[in-house]
Design a protein around this ligand. Sequence first.
Ligand code: SF4
Length: 387
Amino acid sequence: MANDNPDAPRQGFPTHGFQAEDPQVRSIGRRVLARERLTLDDAIALYRSSDILAIGWLANDVRERLHGNVTYFNVNRHINPTNVCVAACRLCAFGRKKDAPGAYTMALDQAFDTAASGYSEAVTEFHIVGGLHPDLPFNYYLDLISGLKTRFPQVHLKALTMVEIAFLAKRGKLSIEETLRQLKQAGLDSLPGGGAEIFNERVRRVICDHKIDGEQWLATARTAHNMGLKSNATMLYGHIENDEDRADHLIRLRTLQDETHGFQTFIPLAFHPANTPLQHLFPTTGFMDLKQIAISRLVLDNFPHIKAYWQMMSPKIAQISLRFGADDIDGTVIEEKIYHDAGATTPQGLRRSELERLIREAGRDPVERDTMYRPVVRTETSFTISV
Ligand code: SF4
């Protein structure tokens, strides 16, 4: 057993000795504690190790160094304007062909009504993503964004994955930059970072062969960041990818972040196979989910936040993740469609009080944030965002 602790103890936190059974994790741990950057091979070694308590201990140490005891959540609402999609990704249970049963596209007024239903002053963010509709004109999206901004000027609009942006650009015969410029002018505030899946092309050919490739996803994110738009980044794990693919995905994100500093949060997404063409695969395990959160925190040393997305990994695992590297548990959501079409058995939404209870029970301090991670201070009748 190693017992290394080169860091001075932080005020208010107990000093544990780092212990690892796996010699490779022990050696990686020494370098994490010395604040050295991990390599691709380190990431692969962590994925291959079953020493989850040691990996989690290290990730928790980094998480507490960055955020102390704070755990962020927000009060948001998901809006999925259409599930019609030309891509037919094998990973997906949400997208439908235009005339398939269950296909829908919201008229703009319907989308505004959806935004308004259950809306209260508490909502600080609309998270808006959908399918790649073959016929909806670019103006539909501009009108959607500007219409929401007019009706809900205080709400941050986090909308459209890199995949949707690239699709709209191609259909509208516009550059990525011009597409983003017009959306930004209409009121787009930031991008959610979905559609990254796994960057490796061998994997992409199987799970999402009609989507933009990994380099195009990264190029779209680079353009957005260079225009001052922040985004998140995701990774879909637990299907046909291997340890090297996951490690490569993290390193490619880290490399872009070194260049742009435009990513706010990394969100590992557990694959839900039900109702997809890959439904013969097993769902992820709690062990894998926790290890993924922890390795993300350790490898992505330039990402401010790691999110345990409770919709995908269940509120129970998300709660434990707050001791394995995560500092954010996502939001109230209100009505989630995409993972529920893929068999997610989690609730469609959680009340603010339930999120706070999950966080407090894990011994953390809940802080409501807006999309840009500014604390939201509420009184009985209003809220302000600390800047
Ligand atoms: S994952 Fe997205 S792009 Fe792929 S089929 Fe589903 S909705 Fe369409």
